[in-house]
Design a protein around this ligand. Structure first.
Ligand SMILES: CC(=O)[C@@H](O)[C@H](O)COP(=O)(O)O
Ligand SMILES: NCC(=O)COP(=O)(O)O
Length: 259
């Protein structure tokens, strides 16, 4: 299974002091040497971490394929078309969100999404749609003639965290998941089945299937077992581990799990 390393959070650390260190570009060679298959970055409308200059330098200097996540905003799509990364992954964005909260609603925003897809394809950029594991949405994605979908694994990751970590004892507890352990365990199994059924269906339609959001060294095992998924994009947990082990070791450890 291929690994895309999302390096947004290196830029989060830089933006904490609004200086030029750490530089996300320095991660490119380290991530490649560690065995990753792709660099993923998210050029957000609010530029809270990755800035336009970062994206330009990363696309120009990365010797790994670059998967650039972005919203369907017309101005952002123009920027992506100028940058020409290998792939653009269309994701939803809400200014006040802490992080991505779900998949892109390609049914309600079908016209604007299709317009973005066509512009990106005209610029020879592969397109992935970051969507929830929902059969009707996958059918819509297939009709939009994209090469990839990326299944949102955030719900699965949140349930896993409430069940198997101390998250419920912290101020970050995910309130809507304050269920009993028995209920959480049932929901976890349901979320894994949902992801597997969605991946199998998408693959049967000829889509290439990626997955991501909230995956870490503990919860990734069950996702690796889904054979229809060929790529995972993982960021926050790898950068978090790299604080203690170094980036090359953190990436290598994750790649070893995905093999
Ligand atoms: C779409 C997704 O799940 C992530 O790739 C995205 O990058 C999350 O946004 P932040 O990196 O800004 O948290
Ligand atoms: N699309 C998922 C991604 O790139 C990384 O998400 P996360 O691991 O930072 O939650």
């Amino acid at each position: 299974m291929k690994l895309g390393v999302n390096i947004d959070h290196i830029a989060v650390l830089r933006e904490a002091r609004k200086i030029n260190d750490p530089d996300p570009v320095e991660a490119l060679g380290i991530v490649k040497r560690a065995g990753a298959d792709q660099i993923t970055i998210h050029l957000r409308e609010d530029r809270r971490h990755i800035h336009d200059e970062d994206a330009k330098r990363i696309v120009e200097q990365s010797s790994l394929p670059v998967n650039l996540e972005c919203s369907i905003d017309k101005d952002i799509i123009e920027i992506i078309c100028d940058l020409k990364p290998h792939r653009a992954t269309l994701v939803p964005e809400r200014r006040e969100e802490v992080t991505t909260e779900g998949g892109l609603d390609i049914i309600s925003y079908a016209d604007r999404t299709q317009e973005a897809i066509e512009k990106l394809h005209k610029n020879e950029i592969e397109v992935s749609l970051f969507i929830d594991p929902d059969i009707e949405i996958i059918k819509q994605a297939s009709n939009m003639k994209v090469e990839w979908i990326e299944l949102h694994t955030g719900t699965y990751a949140n349930i896993y965290a409430m069940l198997y970590s101390n998250l419920s004892h912290t101020h970050h507890s995910i309130k809507e998941l304050e269920l009993s352990r028995r209920e959480l365990h049932t929901k976890l199994q349901e979320s894994i089945k949902l992801l597997k059924d969605a991946a199998d269906y998408a693959k049967s339609l000829g889509l290439k299937v990626a997955a991501g959001h909230g995956l870490n060294y503990q919860n990734v095992e069950s996702i690796v077992e889904i054979e229809s998924i060929e790529e995972l994009n993982i960021g926050q947990s790898i950068i978090a581990r790299s604080v203690f082990t170094g980036l090359e070791a953190a990436v290598r450890e994750m790649k070893d799990i995905l093999r």
